[in-house]
Design a protein around this ligand. Structure first.
Ligand SMILES: [Ca+2]
Length: 133
């Protein structure tokens, strides 16, 4: 059985150089995904479907940008749902009483750090806003 290994490289926070030797020895580039000041990749599964949530923090003008949840189609991750974020710092997926949730942690909205973060709940089709904290 062939084992395929994947590596995801955050384009904002590289703490060690990834040389061609490292890539060739253990991993090969499989897919590139556009990111904007990315802070977190969160992989999770719902009903055997695989998702990758990528939280963006800011572009050159504003912290108020969308972050994106991608869905695995068997060959690659394709865009599934955009989530509005304000200086996004982290996506955190969790299961509570059999229900699926993802929290989008916000940091800054161009004027204040005193802002809400949001919890989204899986509605059977996609995530909808559940609670602001
Ligand atoms: Ca996370």
């Amino acid at each position: 059985m062939k084992m395929i290994k994947y590596i995801i490289v955050l384009n904002l926070c590289l703490f060690m150089p990834i040389t061609n030797d490292v890539l060739n020895a253990e991993f090969e580039l499989y897919q590139s995904i556009p990111t904007i000041g990315v802070r977190d990749f969160e992989f999770f599964t719902i009903n055997d479907e695989k998702y990758l949530a990528i939280i963006n923090s800011k572009d050159s003008n504003t912290y108020n940008i969308n972050s994106v949840i991608y869905k695995w189609n068997g060959n690659s991750f394709i865009e599934f749902q955009s989530i509005s974020t304000n200086g996004g710092r982290d996506f955190e997926f969790f299961i509570l009483d059999g229900e699926y949730y993802i929290a989008a942690i916000n940091y800054f909205n161009d004027s204040t750090r005193k802002i809400d973060s949001h919890i989204y709940k899986w509605n059977g089709t996609n995530f909808s806003i559940f609670q602001s904290i």
